[in-house]
Design a protein around this ligand. Structure first.
Ligand code: GDD
Ligand code: MN
Length: 387
């Protein structure tokens, strides 16, 4: 168990105090990294000896077949293992797979290409021990940097991706592939379902991490091998971000959709009203007609989009429920519209339209609450996959 300890102690004195720093699983997603494997293992070994760590290193390989297996064996480090994966390929899947097999208290993820400095791992673990939930190696906090020859494209790409993630987390570098957390927190996460490269972002959101330590790192360009970040991966990122928005802002997303459907109802309501006015019908009939038709279109659209999770339930019952719940809103709508028009508004140009609008807005609020929490209430937890 990782107990918080006082901040401000030097790393070696903290190491002496808590066992947990000697208890790490380092997971390294690996694809065609044979040249980097011996180098990263030697660097980890130096850390292990300096701090007297108990650790395991799991290289999670997606069938490189480039001698990586032999390279790990040849290193002679008994604590290093290469796992040849058979499940769905990909960086994030490989990391999750590795974390699920990991045995120790602290989980660490890092790239194999020597971009991430192994030497800051003690600082990350120290951050966890002093009460933080997550520690991430960041290029964008003060003291962090990248090699100079990052092209403008790679730089912009990384900044835009980070900006899209801003509503999800305040972390300055959630794109980083270098991070640490407690194993028990990982095991308590919501369903993990990342698409593409951004496993840290997925974990920050699904584990609800608010206290995140950002450790400045220098991100070095790889010397051996090639980057596997392709355009397809970047498109997958957009899909990933959309899913995380749905996950994090499910209430706001429902309300937003309800309001969009409501806005379409306004157009329907006012169009029907105009049509009936052309037929020279009495004002009361024209207003009531606009409301009636828009109630039906609103029901159908809300059932199809806003509350689509409840589409497998009986449409007849839902319509009755929608009408019952909405009837209070309809009465409010009608009364407000009538009293507004009687108050002299009707004499203005489009006066009756304005009255109708006032009625619609007042009715809408009551409708949303009743529909979301009564008629279209959620009856079971749906996973992200179902959205
Ligand atoms: N198992 C497995 N399967 N590993 C993979 C795969 C895959 O399909 N694709 C890449 N990897 C491994 C690589 O071998 C490397 O160890 C690590 O994942 C990162 O891949 P790179 O190809 O070096 O990606 P990068 O340098 O463009 O991306 C890095 O920077 C990004 C931020 O700019 C990584 O740190 C990313 O995690 C990070 O998001
Ligand atoms: Mn890289």
């Amino acid at each position: 168990m990782l107990e918080p300890i006082e901040a401000g102690l030097s790393i070696p004195s903290v190491l002496a105090k808590i066992d947990v720093l000697s208890d790490l699983s380092i997971v390294i997603p690996t694809f065609h990294e044979v040249e980097n494997i011996p180098i990263i293992l030697d660097r980890i070994n130096r850390l292990k000896e300096a701090y007297d760590l108990t650790l395991e290193v799991l290289f999670m390989d997606d069938g490189s077949n480039d001698g990586s297996v032999e390279a790990v064996i040849a290193s002679g480090y008994s604590w290093a293992k290469l796992i040849e994966r058979t499940g769905p390929r990909g960086l994030s899947a490989a990391v999750i797979d590795g974390f699920e097999r990991a045995r120790y208290t602290v989980l660490i993820c890092m790239d194999c290409d020597l971009s991430h400095p192994v030497e800051v791992i003690p600082q990350m673990v120290l951050a966890l021990a002093t009460g933080q939930q997550f520690a991430v190696g960041s290029r964008y906090v003060s003291g962090g940097s990248t090699d100079d020859d990052w092209g403008i494209f790679r730089y912009l790409n990384s900044r835009v991706a980070t900006l899209l993630a801003r509503p999800l987390t305040k972390v300055s570098d959630p794109m980083s592939g270098f991070f640490a957390m407690r194993r028990e927190d990982f095991l308590n996460s919501d369903d993990l379902n990342p698409v593409g490269y951004k496993i840290a972002l997925e974990i920050i959101v699904k584990c609800h991490f608010n206290n995140v330590a950002e450790i400045p790192i220098h991100f070095s360009d790889r010397i051996h091998g090639e980057s596997k970040l392709t355009l397809t991966e970047q498109l997958k990122y957009l899909k990933h971000v959309r899913r995380l928005y749905l996950h994090s802002f499910s209430n706001a997303m429902h309300l937003l959709q309800f309001l969009v459907v409501g806005a379409s109802g306004v157009v329907v309501n006012l169009s029907v009203l105009s049509l009936l006015l052309l037929l020279n019908l009495p004002d009361t009939i024209c207003l009531a007609g606009g409301i009636a038709v828009s109630v039906v279109t609103n029901f159908l659209l809300n059932r199809r989009f806003t509350f689509s999770y409840a589409r497998d339930r009986s449409i007849g019952k839902q319509f009755l429920g929608f009408i019952s719940v909405s009837s209070f809103g309809i009465v409010v709508n009608y009364l407000v519209a009538m009293s507004a028009s009687k108050s002299g508004l009707a004499d203005l140009t489009y006066g009756l339209h304005l009255s109708a609008l006032a009625g619609i807005s007042c009715g809408m609020f009551f409708n949303y609450i009743g529909n979301r929490y009564v008629v279209f209430r959620k009856t079971r937890i749906h996973s992200d996959r179902a959205k």
